[in-house]
Design a binder for this molecule. Structure first.
Ligand code: ADP
Length: 323
């Protein structure tokens, strides 16, 4: 293999730049030419393919976002879009592709590989940490730390004013960020999509806390729960109880940006190295996964046929420690 390319696709995540850097420099270390594709599969279809060298990735390891930018591309879901992408890869003489993204991006990579025969290897980049087959995804640790720090800050003002705060964190389909930031931030309760919302139980938790002398409390609400947004939950609690003067904070996209943590930079760097080595060793249709801190290969299919779920016992830990 003499020439490969790298792209970022789907939702951005802090640490993607560290992964790009690792891919580029590992390729160079193996005397393989490396190209960057801008804006994911859309850029591949459009031919936004640029040569990269060691200096192209200087000074990016500590930046969030992705220097290659990312996009969602409906045309790539169609056979005709993948055919155009195949032509572009052939025109540029690209013999292998590293895709940094989530399970949606791997479905695309899987179809491209089957269509074109061009080997594709994935690197998991998403703040949600929900990709099957890997215990950690790039960006999760950074998003978690942003959420935790926000909870810490809100706790200061909550304590000063004897207030209850409902803090909404990201997690449309899973409660990983909610559960971990709630545990790390010492929340009284965490509402996650994996567990049915029980407004009366939540009111009981707040009342128990107040009876035990708590003057302020933090409830973490993952955005995808069936209780609705943090505003909806706060309104429901106000309707059912004496907790009418609460406050709501939605952290939102702050969780996606900013300086990646050391954990994410190290994970991204290790995965980038293994992704390129795997490609050069003949692997295809696999994602690089972290399993007990060892970088391994997992078939693309596993990333969408299974999910990385948190241990439900963690919710019990939060309840036990929130007395
Ligand atoms: P993520 O990779 O973060 O899960 P998306 O689900 O938005 O993000 O997927 C990113 C891109 O991957 C999509 O815009 C599309 O181009 C491609 N993709 C997603 N699902 C499929 C699919 N089933 N078949 C082909 N391509 C897909």
């Amino acid at each position: 293999m003499k020439r490969i390319a790298v792209l970022t696709s789907g939702g951005d995540a802090p640490g993607m730049n560290a992964a790009i850097r690792a891919v580029v420099r590992t390729a160079i270390a193996h005397q393989v030419e490396i190209y960057g594709i801008e804006r994911g599969y859309q850029g591949l279809i459009d031919g936004a393919i640029i040569p990269m060298d060691a200096r192209s990735v200087s000074g990016i390891i500590h930046h969030g976002g992705t220097i290659l930018r990312t996009a969602r591309c409906d045309a790539f879901r169609e056979e005709s879009g993948r055919e155009q992408a195949t032509r572009m890869l052939a025109t540029h003489g690209i013999e292998g592709l590293v895709v940094i993204g989530g399970d949606g991006s791997y479905r695309g990579a899987h179809d491209l590989w089957k269509h074109s025969g061009i080997p594709c290897v994935g690197i998991p980049g998403t703040i949600d940490n929900d990709i099957g087959g890997t215990q950690y995804t790039i960006g999760f640790d950074t998003a978690l730390n942003v959420a935790m720090e926000a909870i810490d800050r809100l706790r200061d003002t909550a304590a000063a004013h004897d207030r209850t705060f409902f803090v909404e964190v990201m997690g449309r389909h899973n409660g990983y960020i909610g559960m971990c930031s709630g545990l790390a931030g010492g929340a009284e309760e965490v509402l996650v999509p994996e567990k049915a919302f029980d407004a009366h139980a939540l009111v009981e938790t707040l009342r128990t806390g107040a009876a035990r002398g708590k003057t302020s409390m933090i409830i973490v609400v993952a955005e995808g729960g069936d209780g609705g947004s943090a505003y909806d939950v706060a309104a429901k609690v106000a309707e059912l109880s004496e907790f009418k003067d609460s406050r709501v904070a939605v952290i939102g996209h702050l969780q996606r940006g900013g300086t990646p943590t050391a954990f994410d930079r190290i994970l991204a760097s290790r995965m980038g190295v293994v992704a390129v080595k795997s490609l050069l060793d003949g692997a295809s249709g696999v994602m690089i996964a972290s399993e007990n801190n060892v970088m391994v290969q997992r078939p693309f299919e596993e990333t969408w046929t299974s999910r990385n779920l948190f241990d439900p016992d963690m919710l019990q830990v939060i309840h036990t420690l929130g007395v």
